[in-house]
Design a protein around this ligand. Structure first.
Ligand code: FAD
Length: 408
């Protein structure tokens, strides 16, 4: 190595691992230290609620890199180690055993953690959360034993766990305060499509209902809901959203507001300190506002972008947000970002479970989703980026190729 500079990455998951990979790919030959609190080398989380949870795939499929990758790239991977303190004036992090490590550039890729419920019985055994591969292993064991599960929360994690549990033959009850699953992101119309998909697969949906208490002697045995029901169960999975893990940044005096605030170059208010992935609330030049994205593709792309900016490339991160979900035999991709919209236009019949949907503000597409229809994401993203007026009739017509709706 010729450079004597040290780049430290805190958080050894997707964003952190891809950043480390990128530093080397871009020719950085100084010291790269990748520190992760989990005992595992970096892995991806999407399988943990899908094939891995159902026991259809093994550990080898979840890792971001082969085991020897880090050594071969001279990336110092410290697993099972937590950074407990960040001192930006001194350009130093401190690890849980008191070891101090100086840095020239720092990336915070500390991700997010499940939001906990604080209701009576919340600490009972058998009340599970799902974030890590260890959590998924425990749940996988529960699915093996069969029985009945109450899933609390109808966001992505709740919906996917409900689907996987049904696919493994368990009795599943999904309880959530929203009127339809996935309502916050997809809205009422698309949420209703997912409600019907789950109902068709035998999930009992208790929507518009809160959970008031978990009850049981040693472990949870039943769930009490706000509408007075008592649901007997063998275990519970709670999926009520995540919180960005920004405590380290807050204590260090970085600007934090629903995640670590970064500019379009993913740099915090302290020069040389960057953030990426679930923890980053990043200024998005295309949207003209800050957004924090809790999805796989964002970690995959922001990690490398942050790495290039650690190397002073001044790359603006303006990728259109994208995510995917698989439930039963229904696969979907969603591109765009919409806090509100005027209407949803369907291309194809949602009842066939093979269709597209577009969210419109005025006559412009702000988001699009393809369900069991593939290879259209690029066209949808182009449509969003073009910000052109589209004719709703043409948008809805499956015979008109999407690409013809965007001017050259
Ligand atoms: C079960 C599950 C299924 C998912 N499915 C999908 C999907 O289908 N599609 C999709 O788009 N997205 C999905 N996601 C979301 C996606 O996995 C996340 O967006 C992604 O993991 C974010 O990556 P990240 O690297 O930013 O953070 P994280 O994955 O949260 O990793 C952060 C890492 O930093 C470590 N860390 C935190 N603080 C410290 C510290 N102080 N010192 C050392 N290490 C620290 C943590 O231990 C953790 O390992 C899913 C998530 C889960 C949990």
């Amino acid at each position: 190595m010729t450079s004597d500079r040290t780049f430290v990455i805190v958080g050894a998951a997707l964003a952190g691992a891809k950043a480390a990979e990128t530093l080397r790919a871009e020719g950085f030959d100084g010291r790269v230290v990748l520190i992760g609190a989990e005992p595992e080398r970096p892995y991806e989380r999407p399988p943990l609620s899908k094939d891995y949870l159902r026991g259809e795939s093994g550990r080898d499929k979840v890792y971001v890199h082969e085991e020897d990758f880090y050594a071969s790239q001279e990336i110092e991977l410290l697993v099972g180690r937590t950074v407990t303190r960040l001192d930006t004036p001194a350009r130093r992090v401190t690890l849980d055993d008191g070891q101090a490590l100086g840095y020239d550039r720092l990336l915070l890729a500390t991700g997010a953690e499940p939001r906990r419920v604080s209701i009576p019985g919340a600490e009972l055994d058998g009340v599970h959360y799902l974030r890590t591969v260890g959590d998924s292993d425990v749940l996988r064991g529960r699915l093996d034993r069969g029985g009945s599960v109450v899933v609390v929360g109808a966001g992505w994690i709740g919906a996917e766990v409900a689907a996987s549990a049904r696919q493994r033959g368990l009795d599943v009850t999904l309880v959530a305060p929203e009127s339809v699953p996935l309502e916050r992101v997809l809205g009422a119309e698309l949420g209703a499509v997912y409600r019907d998909i789950h109902a068709d697969h035998g999930v009992q949906l208790l929507l518009g209902t809160d959970v008031e208490a978990f009850e049981g002697a040693a472990a949870v045995e039943r769930v009490r809901t706000s509408d007075g029901r008592v649901l007997e169960c063998d275990f519970v999975v709670v999926g009520v959203g995540v919180e960005p893990r920004s405590q380290l940044a807050t204590a260090a005096g970085l600007a934090v507001d629903d995640g670590i605030l970064v500019d379009e170059h993913l740099q915090t208010i302290v020069p040389g300190v960057f953030a990426a992935g679930d923890v980053a609330n990043a200024w998005h030049p295309f949207y003209g506002e800050r957004i924090r994205v809790e999805h796989w593709a964002n970690a995959l792309n922001q990690g490398p972008a942050a790495a290039r900016n650690m190397l002073d490339r001044r790359e603006r991160y303006d990728t259109i947000p994208y995510f995917f979900s698989d439930q039963y035999d229904v696969g979907m991709e969603y591109a765009g970002f919409a806090r509100e919209w005027d209407r949803v236009v369907f291309r194809g019949d949602p009842a066939t479970r093979e269709f597209m949907a577009f969210w419109l503000v005025g006559d412009r597409v702000v988001a699009g989703m393809n369900v069991n229809v593939w290879d259209v994401t690029d066209h949808i993203q182009r449509l969003i980026r073009a910000r052109v007026a589209v004719d709703a009739g043409r948008l809805a017509d499956p015979d008109i190729p999407l690409e013809t709706l965007v001017p050259e």
